[in-house]
Ligand binder design. Structure first.
Ligand SMILES: C[S@@+](CC[C@H](N)C(=O)[O-])C[C@H]1O[C@@H](n2cnc3c(N)ncnc32)[C@H](O)[C@@H]1O
Length: 270
């Protein structure tokens, strides 16, 4: 599988740092306190599992991940925390095909930043619906990348961002997947579907949050550089211009950052 951010150690560390910034936003509206065993689909290097296992000390998590390299890293990260011992299981499998068997009953599933990279998100959701217990919930957090805007507007930032989105589409992913999660869930057989956009609108009234987000975003943009450049979807000049404008924004007390991600919940019908 080709992945726009690659599988380097630097990228694996970025996924962990990314979640330190984004987890408060992701889990603000998702409450797992009434559940005992959840499955994370596309668990990557375990960034979400670390957050959720800390936040819900009674939970058992099973992570399903396609890439053995990511999964090995997840195991190393999770083994690091003594309080996680015996509380997680990792499975290397393709979530579009797996029919997992669990030793303890599963209550539901969640996935974060996965469908954007999957060529057949509908097939992955339909397969998940087929093995979830009747009535079990699913929580999805996804990107809506075209919503990214800054003020003062920067052509260089917009052009580089568009380059990475074109490359993500060329790889079979979809940086707009968050927008039509309800359609995907309905087609996959789920019901009780609810979708919510969550907005980052960070201006001078939220300058600390804005500073953290702009620094994070510059890092996110850089993380796609190597693969996007190698594939010929951008140039070093375009990146350097975008990077310079991002640094100007970080210094500008009047800068504005705007982005929307999307969350959905649904249930397997009874
Ligand atoms: C952007 S990473 C997100 C990882 C993690 N959810 C997080 O938030 O840190 C997406 C992950 O989904 C995995 N993935 C993509 N397609 C998959 C599939 N069909 N089955 C299982 N995992 C998959 C990728 O290998 C990658 O590790």
């Amino acid at each position: 599988m080709t992945y726009i951010h690659g599988f380097s150690e630097e990228e694996q560390n970025r996924l962990l740092r990314q979640n330190e910034v984004l987890a408060p936003y992701i889990y603000k509206h998702q409450d797992f306190s009434l559940f005992h065993h959840l499955v994370e689909i596309g668990c990557g290097v375990g960034a979400q599992m670390i957050t959720v296992l800390h936040q819900y000390p009674h939970l058992h998590l099973t992570g399903i991940e396609l890439s053995s390299k990511q999964l090995q890293r997840a195991k190393t990260h999770l083994d690091h925390f003594p309080s996680f011992t015996g509380r997680f299981t990792l499975i290397e499998e393709d979530a579009t095909r797996i029919k997992p068997r669990f030793t303890t009953p599963v209550d539901g599933a969640f996935m974060v930043w996965v469908l954007e990279h999957v060529p057949s998100p509908g097939a992955l959701l339909a397969n998940t619906c087929s093995w979830l217990p009747e009535g079990a919930p699913i929580w999805i957090t996804e990107v809506y990348h075209p919503s990214f805007q800054v003020w003062p507007a920067s052509t260089a930032i917009q052009e580089y961002w568009e380059d990475t989105l074109r490359y993500q589409r060329a790889l079979g992913g979809d940086p707009s997947v968050g927008l039509y999660l309800a359609n995907l869930l309905a087609d996959a057989g789920f019901e009780d579907i609810q979708t919510t956009p969550h907005l980052f609108f960070l201006d001078q009234t939220r300058s600390e949050e804005r500073a953290i987000m702009l620094a994070y975003w510059l890092n996110l943009m850089r993380s796609a550089l190597h693969e996007t450049l190698q594939a010929g979807y951008t140039t070093m000049d375009r990146w350097q211009n975008a990077e310079a404008d991002m640094r100007d924004l970080i210094r500008n007390p009047e800068a504005v950052f705007y982005y929307s991600f999307i969350q959905a919940t649904a249930r397997r019908p009874v």
